[in-house]
Design a protein around this ligand. Sequence first.
Ligand code: C5P
Length: 282
Amino acid sequence: MTCRAYAKINIGLLILGRRPDGYHDLQTVFHRINLFDQITLEPSESTITVESNEPAAPGDETNLCFRAADALRRFLGHEAGVRISLAKSIPVGAGLGGGSSDAACVLRHLPRLWGRPLDDAALSELALGLGSDVAYFLQSGSAIARGRGEVLKYFTLELPYAILVCTPAIHVSTAWAYGRIDVKSRPRQVDLESLVVAGMKDPSHLAELENDFEDVVFEAYPDIRLIRDTMRTAGAAISLLSGSGSSVFGLFERMGTAREVAALLARRGHRVSLTEPGFRPA
Ligand code: C5P
C-alpha cells in the first residue's frame, strides 16, 4: 500500500493566547502544496520498522510514522507489525508539516492494512497525541484551524496563484519560537478564512495577512527575512513564513515570475518548490 503525504503552508498564522495546558491557541489556514513524501506500508509479523531516504528523518522510534503505528497498535490491541518505507521530498522540520503529514498517512491507511478500520473521532484523538498539525492531514482540502490546531473547518480553496516555497538550510525549533512570542500584546478579532477567500479574488486583501512568528524568527535569522523580502520585491502578492519556519512562501499572479524567483533563490543555495495555480492534490 503506497500513499502520498502532501506538505502544507500556513496562509496566515495568528497566535491568540497561552493555554493552561502550555500550548497556544491559534488561528491559521492550512493549504496543501504540490510537494509530497511517498509512504509504503507492508505487512510484517510483529515489529514496526521505518526506513527513510532522509538522514534528518531517521527510521527509529522517534520518527512520527513509527509513533503513529505504535499508537494505533496500542489503541487497537493489535499484534501484527508493519514495514514503513519513507521516500521523503518535504524538507524536515521546515514549517511544511512533512512529519505530521507522514504520520496522518499512517493513521489513515494502516488500520485498513491490518483489517481493523477506525472511526474519525478515534483517529483525531490519536492524531492530537502525535502533534498539533497531524489532525489537519487526516482529511483532504484546505482548512481553517483553531484551538491548538485541531479544531478544523475544511473548505475548498481554489488558489489562482503560483505558490513558491523556499527553504533555507536553517532549523527553527517550534517550541523555541512559541516560547518567545509575547502573547499578552496580541488579542485580535480577525477572521482569517474570509480574509483568505477575499484575497483569492482581489490580491490587495492578501497584504493584510500576517504570521505572528515572523518578528521573533526574522530577528534571530535575518537570512529568512531576506527570502521574504526577495519574494515581495520580485512581485509576490504576499510572502510569509510558513508555520514557525524556516520555509517562506510567496503567492505569485504569474507562474513565469515565480519560476524566475525560484531560480534566483536556488542559486543562493536554498531548496525551492513550485505549485501551479489551481493545484489540487491527487
Ligand atoms: O504539537 P507539536 O508537537 O507540533 O508542538 C511542538 C511544540 O510547539 C509544543 O511542545 C509547544 O511548545 C508548541 N506549541 C504550542 N501551541 C500550539 C502548537 C505547538 O505552544 N498550538
